[in-house]
Design a protein around this ligand. Structure first.
Ligand code: PEP
Length: 239
């Protein structure tokens, strides 16, 4: 398993359902290498074997995984298969999966267990809706999601948490820096076992705001959706 403590920050590109072979070729010709940070490109699964990686700081990640390891489950892709293809990371419980595919915390927990058992680091996504934020229950929601999605076998070496307010994803809106600071500190203090976890921020990160967000003490990097599709923009985020 990759040693997360080697990196000062972790940056994840979530390409979602985007990309093609020509896009990948152009992207990797221009992608910069920042040796202090860990950069993870999460492409659609069919392209994972086409992404360049090295053993220092550039990795590939999947965007989702099956709860099953093998068997009669047509259309699924298992953690065991990812491991067999040297994939080191996988997003789990992204809000689009929770929202459009009705994924619940118990399923996210099972997926995370499968990944960890196959030496793959799950990036467990959590976040509140706008309605929950307006009702002032963000912390209750995050606590519930953490307690029910993060398995007991998780620790700061084998699991990453990504805080992604749902209302900030793809909207151009972000919480204030003070709010991000407060939420990340809250996550790390839910239980002392979370103190050392890497907690990433995601939601409308772009070149113009990434520096300020990354300067926040308890932010250990960013999960970037839309802006990661433009390699020049992603380069300025990771550097
Ligand atoms: C995401 O998809 O995880 C994400 C954060 O998207 P965006 O950066 O486009 O808000």
């Amino acid at each position: 398993m990759i040693n997360l403590t080697n990196f000062s920050s972790i940056f994840i590109a979530n390409w979602k359902l985007n990309g093609n072979l020509e896009f990948i070729k152009q992207y990797y010709q221009k992608l910069l290498n920042n040796p202090q940070n860990c950069t993870i490109i999460c492409s659609p699964s069919i392209f994972l074997n086409k992404l360049k990686t090295n053993d220092k700081n550039l990795y590939s990640g999947a965007q989702d995984i099956s709860i099953y390891n093998e068997g009669a489950y047509t259309g699924e892709l298992s953690a065991k298969m990812l491991a067999n293809n040297q994939i080191s990371f996988c997003l789990v419980g992204h809000s689009e999966r929770r929202q459009y595919f009705n994924e619940k915390s118990d399923v996210i927990k099972l997926k995370s267990i499968n990944l960890i058992e196959n030496n793959i680091i799950p990036v467990i996504c959590i976040g509140e809706t706008l309605e929950e934020k307006e009702k002032n229950i963000t912390k209750d929601i995050l606590k519930y999601q953490i307690e029910n999605s993060v398995p007991d076998i998780s620790n700061f070496k084998n699991t990453i948490i990504a805080y992604e307010p749902i209302w900030a994803i793809g909207s151009g809106l972000t919480p204030t820096l003070e709010d991000i600071d407060e939420v990340h500190t809250f996550i790390k203090e839910i239980n002392k076992k979370f103190n050392q976890y890497k907690v990433l921020y995601g939601g409308s990160v772009k070149a113009s705001n990434s520096r300020d967000i990354n300067m926040i003490k308890n932010v250990d990097g960013c999960l970037v959706g839309g802006a990661s599709l433009k390699v020049e923009e992603f380069n300025s985020i990771i550097s």
